[in-house]
Design a protein around this ligand. Structure first.
Ligand code: G4P
Length: 534
């Protein structure tokens, strides 16, 4: 296969959802249909000792959750599929957001009984920032579900994106019999061997709408209801428009049940038909898009993970390949360091095994052994003409704590530990404007990261800390020119605090939305942003 053929068969996406909507189950079922596993239940059982990727930290084991995220790869119908797994737990971290930076599309899993929930809204916002296509899988149709028309409306209203049902559910709960495919105009009736947890693939029977056999397969009542609903749907305003899908303006919607496998395969087939090949990333030096199929290699680092395995005390830098081909042992120019480096070990993670990767192509994600040289947002490239990809945005933390070391003699280890952990992007460090490291405010996206920080400072750097949680809930970067814009004169609520990050960018910490609105309305020239740049 030529490089171009390899690259054009890649499909790289992330699955996003509110905890418990069924992201893990759907991921597992995609692996089942992709042939990567033979039986569902072998990848991850939340309560069991196995986790999808890593049990690299005791905290993960104690809580039975996966703090970090990984990449799963499989081949299906000639396509090479990369699923970026994001932590599904409530206490997710900035890594969850960053993972979306490496994806070319997103699949949003929604619980059919609940509709759009809080975490999905946050993740959705990041997807819209990049204008990537967003596909919707409405899950748990095997339970009592909200009316499908109502669910469409719910998505459109809350998320502000148009929807196009690719298929339509036939019944719900115990009566969930199948879906109507609007593209082929065929009914797909599902049946299983009665085993509730969908360990094996499901049987499908195909029939035309109006076919008498459907009265038997679905019941006459559900058949008639389907005919009526399809008529209504076809008369509805939204047309299918692939360009709008690719711009992230129209979300194709699929109905199904990941648990029973109903609708998983039709989803996978249609999704892979519509989701884009590796997207071109923009070189910030020239403002031009870098063709993924060009010969020269380029990639950026979007995540750094430490001590994933006690047996290897190392860091892994995850890189998204943007163009060309990776070969183990190749040399590439590390733009931020300004020198050539050897890309020695490419690893890919599947469950707890690390596989060594000899070659990989644009669209793929691989982990590189990192002796401490990489930072999030770094670019690697080959070829005469250097490229540099724009930095990855820093996402606004939502939990804050004041951190002090208990033993002031261990200042060096404390500073080193804090800086290294911040470099991995697990935490953000702030200090008084113009201040030192004596009093540090730490910001995190998920509150679990504070526990991880305390644990790691203790076990890896031998530093004990005192931690006081602070009432701030939000942060905004100040966009005004630091040389001319004076913070002293700002009119702010008394509980708003000005700080700076390690790069000297100035920010404001707020305890409520109300305090942000106060700052915005009482200071006309103040420019605040929800995202910073690393
Ligand atoms: P998450 O990764 O989004 O957090 O969700 P996960 O897949 O872990 O699913 C959360 C719960 O919902 C699990 O039940 C799972 O079995 C169930 N579930 C997922 N998809 C479906 C579906 O299509 N239909 C139904 N009825 N249930 C579904 P649990 O009891 O919390 O965990 P477990 O003991 O089954 O692992």
């Amino acid at each position: 296969m030529t490089n171009r053929e390899e690259i054009e068969r890649r499909r790289t996406f992330a699955i996003i959802s509110h905890p418990d909507a069924g992201k893990t189950t759907l991921t597992e079922k995609l692996l089942l249909y992709g042939g990567a596993i033979n039986q569902a239940g072998s990848v991850k059982g939340k309560q069991s000792a196995k986790h999808a990727v890593s049990d690299w930290m005791d905290i993960e084991k104690q809580r039975g959750i996966s703090v970090t995220s990984s990449v799963l790869q499989f081949n299906y119908a000639g396509k090479c599929v990369n699923i970026l797994d994001t932590p599904g737990h409530q206490d997710f971290s900035e890594d969850t957001y960053r993972t979306l930076m490496a994806a070319d599309s997103a699949v949003m899993v929604i619980d059919a009984a609940k509709g759009v929930e809080a975490q999905t809204i946050k993740l959705f916002k990041v997807c819209t920032l990049r204008h990537i296509p967003i596909f919707t899988f409405i899950n748990k149709m095997d339970r009592e579900a909200r009316d499908p028309f109502e669910l469409m409306e719910n998505i459109e209203e809350i998320l502000g994106i148009k929807t196009y049902p690719m298929n339509w559910p036939i019944g719900c709960g115990k009566e969930f019999k199948g879906v109507f495919d609007r593209n082929t105009r065929k009914v797909l009736a599902f049946s299983s061997d009665g085993r509730a947890n969908g360990v094996k693939k499901v049987e499908e029977t195909e029939a035309e709408l109006g076919d008498a056999a459907l009265d038997q397969l679905l019941t006459p009542y559900l058949h008639q209801q389907l005919v009526d609903e399809i008529e209504l749907l076809d008369g509805a305003a939204e047309e299918f428009d692939l360009d709008r899908v690719l711009r992230g303006e129209l979300s194709p919607v699929f109905f199904g049940s990941a648990l029973t496998n109903f609708g998983v395969e039709p989803f996978l087939e249609n999704f892979l038909r519509l989701t884009p090949t590796p997207l071109a990333r923009v070189d910030s030096l020239t403002g031009e898009a870098v063709d993924p199929c060009r010969d020269e290699f380029s990639a950026f680092i979007f995540k750094i993970q430490a001590n994933m395995n006690k047996a290897h005390r190392d860091r892994i830098a995850f890189m998204r390949i943007c163009s060309g081909k990776f070969e183990r042992g190749m040399e590439a120019y590390h733009v931020q360091e300004g020198k050539n480096i050897k890309l020695a070990t490419g690893t890919q993670l599947m469950a707890q095994d690390r596989a060594i990767v000899d070659e990989a192509y644009a669209g793929d994600i691989i982990g590189l052994f990192d002796p401490g040289i990489f930072s999030i947002g770094d670019t690697l490239c080959t070829g005469k003409k250097k490229v540099e990809f724009a930095g990855i945005p820093t996402f606004s933390p939502e939990h804050f704590a004041r951190i002090e070391q208990k033993d002031t003699m261990k200042r060096k280890q404390f500073v080193k530990g804090m800086e290294q952990i911040a470099q991995e992007g697990a935490i953000q460090i702030f200090r008084e404007v113009g201040g030192g490291m004596e009093e540090v405010v730490v910001g995190v996206v998920g509150v679990l990261q504070l526990e991880v920080l305390e644990y790691r400072l203790n076990t890896e750097y031998n530093v004990e800390i005192r931690m006081q949680q602070l009432p701030f809930e939000q942060l905004r970067w100040i966009q005004n020119d630091p040389d001319t814009y004076v913070l002293r004169d700002l009119d702010l609520t008394s509980d708003t605090k000005a700080v700076e990050d390690m790069k000297g960018n100035r920010l404001l910490l707020f305890t409520s939305d109300w305090a942000i609105r106060w700052a915005e309305t009482h200071n006309e020239t103040l420019k605040l942003s929800e995202f910073g740049n690393i």
